[in-house]
Design a binder for this molecule. Structure first.
Ligand SMILES: O=c1[nH]c(=O)c2[nH]c(=O)[nH]c2[nH]1
Length: 325
C-alpha cells in the first residue's frame, strides 16, 4: 500500500461522522485481575513468606476512555500489574494483608490526580512452617500448603473529596474453608406442606464451605482523613485469628439446629469478641451428604447411616449479614 493510499484511508476513518448516542456511561471501573505474587522477606536463617492473588480496579475521570476512545486517561492495566509487583518488593507492610491492600490503594489515588477510587482485593494463600521431626521446631524457610482456605481482604480507598479527606472501606475475611461434622447437627420443625419430602432428623452430617467477610471500622487519628498509620495501629492479624478460631470452634463444638442458627451464633460471637467489627457476613452452602439406603443388603433394616453420597450440587445456600446493636 502506498503512502497516499494510507493517508486517504486514515482521512476516511477520521471523517466518519459520530454516531448519535443512545446511552451514557453509568459506572466504569477497570484494572488488573489475578495478579499472583510471592514475597520472601529474608532475615538470616529465618524467612517470612506471603503469597497473594491481587485484583486492583480503578475509578475516576476515565469516562472519555470509554466514550471517546481517549486513551490519555488510562493507567494501563499492565502498569497496574507492575505497580503491584513493585509494591510487593518494596512495601514494609507486605506481610500484613489489610495494610498492604490499603497501601496499594492509597498509592493509586495519590499518584494519579484523576483516579479517585482504588479497589484492592487480595487473597492470601496459606503457607505454614514445616516442623521437621528431627527438631520438632518450626523450620526457617520450609513451608507447606496446609489447606485450601484463604484469608481475604477487600479495600477501597476513596479520594473523591481530595487527598486531605480520604475515606477507606475495609473488609477482611476467609473463604474456601471446607468443613464437615459427622454428628452434632439436627434439622427439624420446618414447614411441612405438599412440596415437602425432606425428613426431619436429629442427627445428620453438616458440611459447608465457609466464606466469611467482616467490615472493619478502623479508629482514625484524623476523623476527616484516613491514613495508612490507622491500619498499622489496628490489631488486624489478631482480629483475623479471632474470626477464624470462632468460626471453626463454633462449627465443631456447638450443636447445630440449622445452618442458619449456626451462622448467627458464629457472627454474634465475632461481634462480641472484636470491638472493631460491626458487621459480619457469611455464605454457607449446605453440602448435602445423603445416606445411601443399604437396607436391601443389610440383615437389619434401617441400618445406621454410615455410608453417604457426597453431592456437590444442588446445595442449600445460607447467607446473612449480622450487625452490631
Ligand atoms: O440447616 C438447614 N437449613 C435449611 O434451610 C435447609 N433446607 C434443607 O433442605 N435442609 C436444610 N438445612
Amino acid at each position: 500500500m502506498t503512502t497516499t493510499q494510507t493517508q486517504t484511508q486514515t482521512q476516511t476513518i477520521q471523517s466518519t461522522p459520530k454516531l448519535q448516542r443512545h446511552s451514557r456511561l453509568s459506572t466504569a471501573r477497570y484494572g488488573k485481575d489475578g495478579v499472583k505474587v510471592l514475597r520472601i522477606v529474608r532475615s538470616a536463617e529465618w524467612h517470612e513468606i506471603a503469597e497473594y492473588t491481587v485484583t486492583v480496579l480503578l475509578e475516576g475521570d476515565i469516562d472519555s476512555s470509554y466514550t471517546e476512545a481517549d486513551n490519555s486517561v488510562i493507567v494501563t492495566t499492565d502498569s497496574i500489574k507492575n505497580t503491584i509487583n513493585i509494591f510487593t518488593q518494596n512495601s514494609a507492610h507486605v506481610l500484613q494483608p489489610e495494610t498492604f491492600a490499603l497501601e496499594i490503594g492509597m498509592h493509586f489515588v495519590a499518584k494519579y490526580e484523576h483516579i479517585k477510587k482504588a479497589h484492592v482485593d487480595l487473597t492470601q494463600h496459606r503457607w505454614t512452617r514445616i516442623r521437621p521431626s528431627a527438631t520438632g521446631t518450626a523450620h526457617g524457610h520450609s513451608f507447606r500448603r496446609d489447606g485450601d482456605d484463604k484469608r481475604t481482604v477487600s479495600a477501597m480507598v476513596d479520594a473523591s473529596l481530595g487527598l486531605d479527606k480520604i475515606k477507606a472501606d475495609l473488609q477482611a475475611g476467609l473463604k474456601d474453608v471446607f468443613v464437615l461434622k459427622s454428628t452434632g447437627s439436627s434439622f427439624d420443625g420446618f414447614i411441612q406442606d405438599e412440596f415437602t419430602t425432606l425428613k426431619e432428623t436429629q442427627d445428620r452430617v453438616f458440611s459447608t464451605v465457609i466464606a466469611c467477610s467482616y467490615d472493619l471500622k478502623l479508629p482514625q487519628k484524623d476523623p476527616e482523613c484516613f491514613s495508612l498509620q490507622d491500619a498499622v495501629d489496628a490489631p488486624l492479624d489478631k482480629i483475623s485469628d479471632s474470626v477464624r478460631n470462632i468460626t471453626l470452634d463454633t462449627f465443631a463444638v456447638d450443636f447445630s439446629a440449622s445452618v442458619q442458627a449456626t451462622l448467627y451464633t458464629m457472627a454474634d460471637r465475632i461481634i462480641e469478641a472484636n470491638a472493631l467489627v460491626n458487621d459480619v457476613s457469611y455464605s454457607l452452602p449446605n453440602k448435602h451428604y445423603i445416606p445411601i439406603d443399604l437396607s436391601f443388603y443389610q440383615e437389619k433394616k434401617g441400618a445406621a447411616n454410615d455410608v453417604l453420597l457426597p453431592t456437590e450440587f444442588p446445595s442449600g445456600l445460607i447467607t446473612a449479614t449480622v450487625s452490631r446493636v
